[in-house]
Design a protein around this ligand. Structure first.
Ligand code: NAD
Length: 486
């Protein structure tokens, strides 16, 4: 067994021991070994962290010039890159994600800090010359104390879709990482502090959502909450945030369609749509979990897809050859297998996968084989619920109109991909599908420059890009009433 990582809360620039001695234990999802212990935080510890963030907000930090903040963000980015191997190994081990993907996430985190460092020096307002005697400026100011709540699937990646932008605009933050994957959030707090972030500007309290998460969201001293997680929790957060009318940004679940038209390059498309569902073993908010295929090519396309799915290497996430790692924990694996059973019971045709992968030496891990159902009707449970595993529902369509209707027939609206070589069709369909991100002949890529977020039950607000940084600001209008000439 390797070394077990043990953490305390990080509050006001110091490691603070948790009152509860019942730490949250994290086991490796591929082999069951104990790998980390996180503090099981209490509401009082969360209050302590909020108090530290509040005090820091009334200190020097919001007065730092954009140039000073920018330099610090660049320094944090440099230190993240210097720690690439270590951070990526931790993420791969705790999440069960293939190591190359974990490395990409860490590099992406550093990239967010660099982009936010650039934006903070170019956050401009407005000027209005309204009358001879009246002018006004519109300025952006920090919101105040911001709570950041993250899920388990991209711990450092999603944290860094929020944190650098919150810091770039002069806010102070309290982070509540997922109780399954808290390590890299603590590691990042230490990195940021060593890089020169003043005490209290970034605090981390780990623990369960209904305890510390709820204490963060319901506190009257918190001005904004930026949350990424399930739609079910998102609704609770909206309710809890109502007390002091705090600002809320929500990045929630999805049931994204990949739409394949008959003229598409079928080889490239088959690889692309398979990647869209199997990336991160399907535990991804934008997973292309509904595959809409034109009737003209349906059988041929499914055949190609099944062949490729059966070649994907399932196994140890630390092995660069691995494409499919384990599910995050046993309960989640059971949930995914339960959905597969529902698919069978409701009459969908299981064409590959459908079971746990128990080949030695992976029999102690929570692996599910890439699974494809055909003959799926969009009203079936497997086409409606977010399964969050490598389970693909293939749905047939006969016309462009029907494809758009099925694509939009979902409570979600996070993303969609359109696979076609006809430019006019690509634009036509992209405009009609109601989702926050549309990829044409691609699926999954995200860049700090591009805003990201969902329509409908997939969320509120946007992260990243100019929209993302602006969402961590308040807008203030200052009017100048000039005296009449005497
Ligand atoms: P989750 O909603 O169970 O938990 C997310 C976070 O919220 C965790 O830190 C959890 O402890 C906390 N939490 C739980 N209950 C809370 C409460 N009452 N108050 C405050 N905080 C609470 O989600 P998860 O299982 O960790 O992540 C998977 C979900 O996240 C999927 O639905 C996925 O689609 C979604 N997700 C969305 C995006 C996106 O960008 N839209 C990205 C990644 C994941």
């Amino acid at each position: 067994m390797g070394k077990v990582r043990v953490y305390d809360h990080f509050i006001n620039g110091k490691w603070v021991k948790a009152k509860e001695d019942t730490a949250i234990l994290r086991h490796h999802p591929a082999n069951g070994e104990l790998i980390a212990k996180y503090p099981n935080g209490t509401a009082q510890e969360m209050e302590q962290a909020i108090e530290a963030a509040k005090e820091a907000f009334h200190g020097e930090w919001p007065e730092w010039s954009p140039k000073e903040r920018s330099r610090l963000l660049l320094e944090i980015s440099r230190r993240i890159r210097n720690n690439l191997d270590r951070l990526a190994e931790i993420e791969s081990e705790e999440v069960g994600k293939p190591i190359d993907l974990a490395r990409g996430d860490v590099m992406g985190a550093a990239d967010h800090f660099e982009y936010a460092a650039a934006l903070t020096r170019d956050l401009v307002g407005e000027t209005h010359l309204l009358d001879q005697n009246l002018s006004a400026i519109v300025v952006r100011e920090p919101v105040g104390v911001v709570g950041l709540i993250t899920p388990w699937n991209f711990p450092i990646g999603i944290l860094c879709q929020k944190l650098p932008y919150a810091l770039a605009t002069g806010n102070t933050v309290v982070v509540k990482p997922s109780e399954f994957t808290s390590s890299t959030t603590f590691e990042l707090a230490a990195i940021a502090y060593e890089a020169g972030l003043p005490p209290g500007v970034m605090n981390v309290v780990s623990g369960y959502g209904n305890v510390v998460g709820n204490a963060l969201v319901s506190s009257d001293d918190v001005d904004k909450v930026s949350f990424t997680g399930s739609t079910v929790t998102g609704r609770k957060i909206l309710e809890a945030a109502a007390g002091n009318i705090k600002k809320v940004s929500l990045e929630l679940g999805g049931k994204s369609p990949s739409i394949v038209f008959p003229e598409a390059d079928l080889e490239r498309t088959a690889e692309g749509v398979l990647h869209a569902i199997c990336f991160m073993q399907g535990e991804c908010c934008v997973a292309g979990s509904r595959l809409l295929v034109s009737d003209d090519i349906y059988d041929e396309f499914v055949e190609r897809l099944v062949e490729k799915a059966e070649q994907l290497v399932i196994g140890d996430p630390s092995d660069p050859e691995t494409k499919i790692g384990p599910m995050i924990h046993e309960k989640h694996m059971e949930k995914v297998l339960h959905y597969i059973q529902i698919g069978i019971d409701e009459g969908a045709k299981l064409v590959t996968g459908g079971t746990r992968h128990v080949d030695k030496p992976y029999d102690a891990g929570y692996f599910v084989k890439p699974t494809i159902f055909t003959d799926v009707d969009n009203s079936m449970t497997i086409a409606r619920d977010e399964i969050f595993g490598p389970v693909l529902s293939v749905i047939r369509f006969k016309s462009e109109e029907e494809a758009i209707r099925i694509a939009n027939d979902t409570p979600y609206g996070l993303a969609a991909s359109i696979w076609t070589t006809e430019l006019d069709r690509a634009f036509r369909v992209a405009k009609k599908v109601r989702a926050g991100t549309i990829w044409i002949n691609g699926h999954l890529n995200a860049y700090p420059e591009l805003p990201f977020g969902g329509y409908k039950a997939s969320g509120l607000d946007r992260e990243m890009g100019r929209h993302g940084i602006e969402s961590f600001t308040e807008v203030k209008t200052i009017q100048f009433h000039h005296a009449e000439k005497r």
